[in-house]
Design a protein around this ligand. Structure first.
Ligand SMILES: *Cc1c(COP(=O)(O)O)cnc(C)c1O
Length: 223
């Protein structure tokens, strides 16, 4: 079975999961995560009609996606990995959605870059729901004030929240936590759920699921 077949079965699984919990399947979008895979492995998915992709490194995405975009101009590219402030310019240039806004320095750099270029990627805030020291994301207890600062100090419209639950823990409390934070802040989009738990994330309200290995196959090296 190739990646295009796995894409199709993942789409079907998303659809079933949505219907099973009474949601409109159209309310859940699939971000296919192509990190570590070369452009030639992405082409079959583009040929199959898929357009929404996620990358976790700005540098890697820069070498992979501009040539693909020339052929498939309606690609929607999501940055799902940490953003360094010195990469803000490239990130705003390349990505349609930046899911990993997580500190004031980045918020400020993004607002300056948006003002400078007039380009407006959609922005999500990443929440470090497990408070893991090595992981990106704003701490849950700081999320409300960070969201207020994005809006009031930097003029940024935050449309979604994203989380990556700790490995080896039940994901559902983490999904429920960002769903709560989103609800009380009037935020609509929830990016949560990966290959192993996207069905659960859909039950808990995911509007974007980020699926890599279930479609692309196992990654040869860590991202
Ligand atoms: C790699 C990655 C994914 C996809 O993970 P899989 O388990 O391969 O589906 C999703 N989200 C983020 C932030 C990632 O880095």
């Amino acid at each position: 079975m190739g990646a295009a077949d796995r894409l199709e079965s993942t789409r079907e699984a998303i659809c079933r999961a949505a219907v099973d919990c009474g949601r409109d399947p159209g309310s859940v979008r699939l971000v296919c995560v192509t990190k570590t895979f070369p452009a030639e492995d992405v082409v079959p998915l583009l040929e199959a009609g898929h357009r929404v992709f996620g990358e976790n490194r700005v540098q890697e995405a820069l070498s992979k996606w501009p040539p693909l975009r020339e052929k498939y101009p309606d690609i929607e590219l999501h940055l799902i990995g940490p953003l360094q402030s010195n990469k803000t310019r490239e990130a705003v240039e390349l990505f349609d959605v930046i899911e990993s806004v997580d500190r004031e320095k980045i918020a400020k750099a993004l607002s300056e870059e948006i003002a400078r270029t007039g380009k407006r990627p959609r922005l999500f805030v990443q929440v470090n729901t497990g408070a893991e020291p090595q992981k990106a994301g704003v701490l849950p207890e700081s999320a409300d004030s960070f969201l207020a600062a994005c809006r009031d100090a930097y003029g940024l419209k935050i449309e979604g929240l994203m989380c990556v639950p700790p490995v080896g823990e039940q994901a559902s409390p983490h999904f429920a936590l960002i769903a709560d934070i989103a609800a009380r802040n009037g935020i609509k989009e929830l990016s949560m759920g990966m290959s192993s738990d996207f069905e659960l994330a859909i039950q808990l309200g995911a509007t974007y699921v980020r699926v890599g290995s279930a479609i692309m196959g196992e990654r040869d090296y860590p991202a």
